[in-house]
Design a protein around this ligand. Structure first.
Ligand code: PBG
Ligand code: ZN
Length: 324
């Protein structure tokens, strides 16, 4: 029998739903998702974040019950961001033993001890100028900020954080934090490094969510979005400094970078689907332009396919409620 052209037919494996699912190469589960949350002190009700439909600032007094609700839904990890009412020049509330960083970490761990709590470790939500560190002569002072990062990390570790997650984009921040943690005896507290963090316009909605005071930009410390070699260099530096896991942020527009770092390092790699990525999907879905449930799965699946192990995403609770 002469074979019928074409002999090679990839469509054979797409003929039914069962064939398609059996031959699917990539999948993600709730284990892979981290829910970032915003916790505000001094308020009594949830505050909707208008630039991020469906997301709310959580009053500190309701954090424990929220964490319990996430755990019941199957969420394994959260990343905590504080919305502070105690701003100053340096963000000193972050290393106060009874400041917001310490309190929200303790509340979350006390509510559900098995919940993995990653403490975002930065200053921009606690400084009056909104920069991610100490400002000297109109510039962010790298080395002065490192000292404060160490202090904040120890406070968060003492409060029970499983991961210290420095997002300040200072040179040497992983090593500075590792040394400070070890000197205080917190050998088992891990570091989730925001190792490749771009100065992205996709952080726009976060600035409303976190209530940051920033005028200007962070281009002198966060990376140029158009640099690929430097992106790998930054993550490898954090690996050498002792990071336990690496991160690419944002995620969806940076899949090439995720793949590059996946191939350059053996550490667990994470990616952060940021506020602007969330907002673009939500608003397009609200306008009827796209199917939200499908686009959420497609975007997270693509981030997995590119090489991420864990994904930070504001859609984590939606997916948990839908049973993924
Ligand atoms: C600040 C910080 C930002 C995000 C996480 N930590 C914003 C920024 O760097 O300006 C962005 C998260 C998001 O947009 O979802 N250190
Ligand atoms: Zn910051």
């Amino acid at each position: 029998m002469p074979s019928q052209f074409p002999a090679v037919r990839p469509r054979r494996l797409r003929r039914s739903e069962s064939l398609r699912s059996v031959f699917q190469e990539t999948a993600f589960s709730l284990n892979d998702l981290v829910l970032p949350i915003f916790v505000e002190e001094g308020i009594s009700d949830f505050v909707p974040i208008s630039s991020m439909p469906g997301m709310m600032r959580i009053p500190e007094s309701k954090l424990a019950s929220e964490i319990e609700r996430y755990a019941r839904a199957g969420i394994k990890s959260v990343m905590t961001f504080g919305v502070s009412h105690h701003l100053d020049d340096t963000g000193s509330d972050t290393w106060n033993e009874d400041g917001l960083v310490a309190r929200m970490t303790r509340i979350a761990k006390d509510a559900v001890p098995e919940m993995i709590v990653m403490a975002d470790t930065c200053f921009c939500e606690y400084t009056s100028h909104g920069h991610c560190g100490v400002v000297h002569n109109h510039a962010v002072d790298n080395d002065a900020t490192l000292i404060n990062l160490g202090k904040q990390a120890v406070v968060a570790a003492r409060a029970g954080a499983d991961f210290i997650s420095p997002s300040a984009a200072m040179d040497g921040q992983v090593q500075a934090i590792r040394s400070a943690l070890d000197a205080a005896g917190f050998f088992d507290t891990s570091i989730m490094a925001y190792s490749t963090k771009f100065a992205s316009a996709l952080y726009g909605p976060f600035r409303e969510a976190g209530g940051t005071a920033l005028k200007g930009d962070r281009k002198s410390y966060q990376m140029n979005p158009l640099n690929r070699r430097e992106a790998v260099r930054e993550s490898l530096l954090d690996e050498q400094e002792g990071a336990d896991a690496l991160m690419v942020k944002p995620a969806g527009m940076y899949l090439d970078i995720i793949r590059d770092i996946r191939e350059a390092s053996r550490l667990p790699l994470t990616a952060y689907q940021v506020s602007g990525e969330y907002a673009m999907i939500k608003f397009a879905a609200q306008a009827g332009a796209i199917d939200e449930a499908r686009i959420v799965r497609e975007s997270l699946g693509a981030i997995k396919r590119a090489g991420a192990d864990l994904i930070f995403t504001y859609f984590a609770m939606d997916l948990a409620k839908e049973g993924i």
